[in-house]
Design a binder for this molecule. Sequence first.
Ligand SMILES: [Zn+2]
Ligand SMILES: [Zn+2]
Length: 432
Amino acid sequence: MGQKYRAAYLSGPAMFEIREARAPDKLLPGYFLGDVVCCAICGSDRGFWTAGIKKNVLGHEMTVTVTDPGDTHLNAGDRVCMFPGIPCWECESCRQGRDNICTTIYYKGYTGLSADGGYAEKYMGPGAYAVKVPDHVSSQAAALTEPLATAVHAVRQSSVRLGDKVLVIGAGPIGLYCADLAKRAGASLVVISEYSASRLAEAKKRSALVTYGRETAIKNKNFLGTDPICDLRNSFPQIAPREAPQRLDPTPVLLKNKVFQQINENLGCGLPRQPTLDGYYEASDPELIAQLKAAGGDKGNGGGFDTVFECAASAAGYATAAAVTKYAGEVIMVGLSAKPTDIVTQMYALREIRVVPSMGYTWKEFQKALALIAGGAVRPERYVTKTVGLNELQAAFEHLFHDPANADLKILVEPNQSSQASAHGEKNDEKI
Ligand SMILES: [Zn+2]
Ligand SMILES: [Zn+2]
């Protein structure tokens, strides 16, 4: 008989129940079995949880340690993050390299949707869509490859170019990733608006664009909460004394000594302490549009933002976007709603503003997202505000989706940890 493990099943509308599950006696060809290290809660899980009709275990933003590689290319002990969909590679979209809109991707074997996902101690998945996590990337960061890939696709759908002005509507994780990546893509001005003042404050605290990831290259361990200014004497615990460190960046002379710290910061090696996005606006402010017009340089003469990422899927968001996007600019449709969203088409037509939809990400973009994390271009774990065990999953969903005072951005579930919720607060944040 296969191993027993605990998994969160939906037992009704908005209700999880932790039940015992059993791993298969024999793995299916092409599949591996592993322990879930962590799985992040995604906004897209909300609808399935609310409806309570899915039979499968939810959760698709995860890192897994392989315990039984089966007949796949993986090895026991590998850490992998999962590309959750299985494109058909045969439909028109797939053949055009647009497997994000494959006609069957959400129906067959989609991890955490039509196949069991990561809100469980164990996970069985297709080896072909398991991407090995580089040693220097933390499991937390790797689990967030999936939502980051959504923002990678959104920015690649846009035409953001060097020096452009960008507005992001909605400071949820996807909005924040879009903002970080737009800045990375060369935008000169990136501002963000959000209805919830508490969320906006949390986003502001955490949204420093990190231009540096070198401590990850010399610390082969979880870097959430590690000190970015490393003591070189303790930096290579995993390397045998006579082995030369491999592929070390020549510049990270990171010492605790304050003088060196200053030098590192001057060299651009230090972590910026202040958020570097350029503006944060409360969307509930009646003066919002006037403020954004001023920020975007719209004096009624065709100025405004070159690109707006609408990540809220709201009528108010589209009205704001239409008012502050420049003539012939673009609005990227990132947030999705199953309900109708009012858009005053005239406002878009008068300025010939293009609305560009952005749906998910391709297999290639998923790998690009992990490469961006591995290269230190972006640190998605920065927006993790809480880590919980499987027993707190229900409470975490209620808090994230039903509590109007919620300020949490991203919550991670660690199914194999004993249930102790921990907040990644100011103290931890200081170190990131
Ligand atoms: Zn997701
Ligand atoms: Zn297809």
